[in-house]
Design a protein around this ligand. Structure first.
Ligand code: C5P
Length: 228
């Protein structure tokens, strides 16, 4: 039987990828399937939490049982939804693959093939939602909310991946960082995952290769001690 350790807790999970529109039919997106975030949301509900899942684009995943799902498209919409639902939450888990950049101009009608050279796309930075949550907590707006980030790192050497991930954890200021090494059979579009859990307190837990459900349970186990 699953533990009911999250009974009475309110947990917000973001999942999937954002889409940044270029015109009414085109967007910049990414390969996130949403599977890992959905697995966390499902398991958190099964362990007793009241869960809100902020879902970007996924591969058509079914809503987990007993989870409130809020659908969004762009990074800006994701930010608005995450900020709103995080107020008073016990934990926020940012598993979504948020676009780092968006096109500055969104054409009102479909961009036509021109006669000339291909055009370039001007980009602007999107807000870092995770870093914004940490700042809100520092400002006293999210007292006692545990904040978990994800990092998909490429790199051939484990040492490189971990060095980058440690720096990212420090930069973002969250309590826990779930680090996935991106590559063949890992992280994106597949049912399995592996990596590390890095804690702001210096802890480092290796996550053996396994199902996204298993990784979800390891993340929620690590979340327990962070709850106030
Ligand atoms: O910096 P990087 O994109 O690798 O960080 C990944 C983490 O930051 C994930 O938890 C992701 O959900 C979050 N993120 C965010 N807002 C962004 C970009 C990433 O919250 N604009």
């Amino acid at each position: 039987a699953l533990p009911r350790d999250l009974e009475g807790r309110r947990v917000v999970v973001s999942a999937g990828g954002t889409r940044e529109a270029l015109d009414p039919v085109r967007f910049l997106g990414n390969r996130s399937s949403g599977k890992q975030g959905y697995a966390i949301a499902r398991l958190a509900a099964q362990r007793g939490a009241q869960v809100t899942l902020i879902a970007g684009n996924t591969i058509g995943l079914e809503a987990p049982a007993a989870v409130e799902v809020v659908h969004v498209t762009s990074a800006e919409q994701l930010k608005v939804a995450v900020d709103k639902h995080s107020l008073g939450a016990d934990a926020v888990i940012m598993a979504a693959a948020v676009a780092d950049f968006r096109p500055v101009n969104v054409a009102a009608s479909k961009i036509k093939k021109g006669a000339g050279e291909p055009n370039s796309i001007e980009l602007a930075k999107t807000p870092d939602i995770l870093a914004g949550l940490v700042q809100s907590r520092r400002d006293g707006h999210l007292p006692g909310t545990a904040i978990v980030g994800f990092a998909a790192e490429t790199g051939d050497e484990h040492a490189d991946v971990l060095t980058h991930a440690r720096a990212k954890l420090a930069r973002k200021g969250c309590d826990l960082l779930v680090v996935n090494a991106v590559g063949e059979g890992k992280a994106f579009e597949v049912d399995t995952n592996d990596g590390w859990l890095l804690g702001a307190d210096g802890t480092e837990i290796a996550l053996d290769h396994g199902s996204k459900a298993l990784l979800a349970s390891r993340v929620l186990d690590a979340l327990g001690p962070l709850l106030r």
